[in-house]
Design a binder for this molecule. Structure first.
Ligand code: NDP
Length: 338
């Protein structure tokens, strides 16, 4: 069995998917779609073509699963339901608060078309969500807590870039060591926003705004630092460090897309709840998009298999049995990794 995959949108995630498909012998890249001029988008896989997104509906009999690699903020709220009316789809929609309404819209479209749509399949939401669920199901008398990082937050980096006289910026979200230590010891008390994460920012000033006079450079840096640290919700509730660096250093030292984090759960059992159990799941990712794409590839396999089983509608990682996402038979799984 080979699952023919279409990639919709060719950014970091789209590129990551090409690598993921290469590592899965049962998946085959059939086509890539973009809203840009296809001639301007070059992909890695040979013998596969890039088409305009408007042409995707001509591929209904050539694609088993369309993986949506476009933006959660701007594209997926409209696109997933639209494409689920013609294809089995997978997306990595990550706006947690809007998942219920996204699920509803996609569910209606997919059910009407007898298609399977896996939504919010990344690492958070996604793998982290699964680990929270397993932990809470097993130890209902307990507390869960999630840390993110160390990693680049695209949203916070963009927010800094919007400040006047800033040319470029990267923001790392970093779990605080003291907080990790406390949670690992089984205490979840007094862990507010400020106690859990640190925000570290690397900022390049627009050089055309720099005067030779050192005093005015310092004033400008102070102004920018104040604007960052006082930005409502993004930074004002956190301890934030700001470093001013050259554009060259930003490119050299901060061009990667690392990320990761931790899901903890601490629960008790026993007559007097005297026995404590701590579950820790952690991710340390060199490339957030390549890892996320690898998850989407595994869930594309599940979408295909579920649809073959006659299952339609929207699904999340909670609804899909683990055996559906791996390229092994039940027999192989029972004799190797059970
Ligand atoms: P990108 O910004 O790299 O790409 C998003 C879209 O923008 C692409 O699909 C592409 O669409 C367009 N695009 C990309 N590069 C260019 C360019 N040079 N010029 C013009 N347009 C371009 O985003 P990512 O791939 O990094 O992330 C996509 C989404 O994945 C994010 O919005 C995020 O929400 C989600 N995500 C979810 C995670 C999870 O754990 N659930 C984890 C990580 C990400 P087109 O080809 O049509 O132009």
């Amino acid at each position: 069995m080979t699952v023919k995959i279409g990639i919709m949108g060719y950014g970091n995630l789209g590129k990551g998917l090409e690598y993921a498909i290469m590592q899965n012998s049962d998946l085959e890249l059939a086509a890539v779609f973009t809203r840009r001029d296809p001639k301007t988008v070059s992909i890695i896989t040979q013998n596969v073509k890039v088409y305009h997104a408007d042409d995707v509906f001509d591929f209904q009999d050539k694609i088993d699963v369309l993986i949506l690699c476009t933006s959660s903020a701007y594209d997926l709220p409209k696109q997933t339901a639209r494409y689920a009316s013609a294809f089995n789809v997978v997306d990595s929609f990550d706006t947690h608060a809007k998942i219920p309404e996204h699920f509803k819209a996609v569910d209606i479209a997919a059910k009407n078309a007898d298609k399977t749509a896996v939504i919010a399949a990344g690492w958070d939401p996604g793998m982290f969500s699964l680990n929270r669920l397993y932990a809470q199901a097993i130890l209902p008398d307990g507390d869960s807590c999630t840390f993110w990082g160390k990693g680049i937050s695209q949203g916070h980096s963009d927010a800094i870039r919007h400040i006047a006289n800033v040319k470029d910026a990267r923001q790392y979200t970093i779990p605080k060591e003291e907080a990790l230590k406390q949670v690992r010891s089984g205490s979840f008390e007094n862990l507010g926003i400020r106690q859990k994460h640190l925000r570290e920012c690397f900022v390049v000033i627009d050089e055309t705004k720099l005067c030779d006079d050192e005093k005015s450079v310092d004033i400008l840096k102070n102004e920018i630092e104040h604007k960052i640290k006082s930005m409502p919700d993004y930074f004002d509730k956190y301890d934030t460090k700001v470093h001013f660096i050259s554009e060259e250093d930003l490119i050299k030292k901060h061009s990667g897309m690392p990320h990761g984090g931790f899901v903890f759960h601490c629960g008790t059992t026993g007559k007097n709840r005297e026995n404590r159990h701590i579950i820790e799941y952690s991710l340390k990712l060199d490339s957030n998009p390549e890892f996320t794409a690898s998850i989407l590839a595994a869930y594309a396999r599940a979408a295909y298999r579920l649809n073959k089983d006659g299952v339609s509608g929207a699904k999340t990682v909670f609804d899909i049995a683990p055996a559906y996402i791996i390229n092994k038979t039940g027999e192989e799984l029972r004799s190797t990794i059970l």
